[in-house]
Design a protein around this ligand. Structure first.
Ligand SMILES: Nc1ncnc2c1ncn2[C@@H]1O[C@H](COP(=O)(O)OP(=O)(O)O)[C@@H](O)[C@H]1O
Ligand SMILES: [Mg+2]
Length: 279
């Protein structure tokens, strides 16, 4: 599979021939269809835009292909140990197949009714020793510092982009397909995303979406993973310095937040160095 750049059959047919398909992700809101495939002892995550004759009301096949091309752009421009490596792109009649390294981990985003279930990855992660949670947030900050310096705007980032390995304690971040290369106007009204992580301007048609919007999303990420997702200080497990960074990031008015991702990340790191272990 890894030696080929172009196929003339459907992706699933090629994958069945090339290796052993051990996972299928075909119930995604995105309309994408992805596969876990083992080839010659190596494991890969192969992402496709799904069938060309399936247009979702909010996302046509052409738009899904466009987002996958954007994911290729991002993978090439921002290599990072926490981002699964894009090993190869295979062009198929159904659009590109993105072949990533398979990451062993559990998805932190779970359906709402499972968030309080002690067996869910979301619940187990949020109840880890606080140093583990803060270390995972350091990884999220590190990746967004890199992306932010390239001018990227976070879009549709939420806990469903986080894979955590509870054995190695490594966090991986995936599905950055919707990130944009620069500021833009909200043309949708309510944009794609999980409400818990979205800034007020992501609900307002015509509003400016820039890195201050991304800062809000990261602030919410801190509040969700170290607290209960709200401005309730009682629920927050982190040090006061981390609370201050997160709550400034989550100001309603963009002008009152950090000016961009680099500023947010610098303030996060300063707060971290003051509170060893994040507690
Ligand atoms: N590199 C990877 N290794 C293992 N599993 C992955 C990898 N990337 C994504 N996944 C799993 O596949 C699911 C779908 O991937 P995602 O990129 O979110 O696709 P979509 O655009 O359809 O939402 C994720 O929720 C995650 O569980
Ligand atoms: Mg996804």
């Amino acid at each position: 599979m890894l030696g080929i750049d172009r196929i003339d059959c459907a992706p699933e047919d090629h994958l069945q021939d090339a290796g052993a398909v051990f996972a299928v992700f075909d119930q995604q809101d995105s309309g994408n269809v992805s596969y876990g495939v083992e080839v010659d002892g190596g494991r890969y995550f192969v992402k496709t835009a799904g069938r060309p004759d399936l247009d979702l009301p909010h996302l046509t096949h052409g738009q899904r292909v466009g987002l996958l091309r954007n994911a290729i752009r991002i993978a090439h421009k921002y290599p990072h140990p926490a981002l699964p490596r894009l090993e190869r792109v295979i062009e198929s009649p159904h659009g590109p197949m993105l072949v990533y390294t398979w990451v062993d981990g559990e998805l932190l985003g779970v359906p709402r009714d499972r968030r309080d279930d002690p067996a869910s990855a979301y619940h187990r992660f949020r109840h880890l020793p606080i140093e583990r949670v803060v270390a995972a947030l350091d990884t999220i900050v590190d990746v967004h510092d890199l992306l932010g310096r390239g001018g990227e705007i976070a879009c549709d980032f939420y806990d469903g982009c986080l894979l955590y390995n509870f054995t190695t304690h490594r966090l991986s971040i995936m599905d950055l397909d919707n990130y944009r290369a620069g500021p833009f106007r909200n043309e949708m009204g309510r944009m794609f995303g999980s409400t818990r992580f979205m800034a007020p301007e992501e609900f307002v048609k015509g509003a400016m979406i820039d890195q201050r919007t991304s800062v809000f999303t990261l602030g919410r990420t801190v509040l969700v993973l170290l607290g209960d997702g709200t401005m309730n200080p009682e629920a927050f497990r982190g040090a006061d310095g981390l609370w201050s960074v997160a709550t400034r990031a989550c100001e309603t008015e963009p002008e009152r937040r950090h000016g961009n991702l680099a500023e947010f990340c610098a303030e996060w790191r300063t707060a971290r160095s003051r509170h060893r272990g994040g507690i």
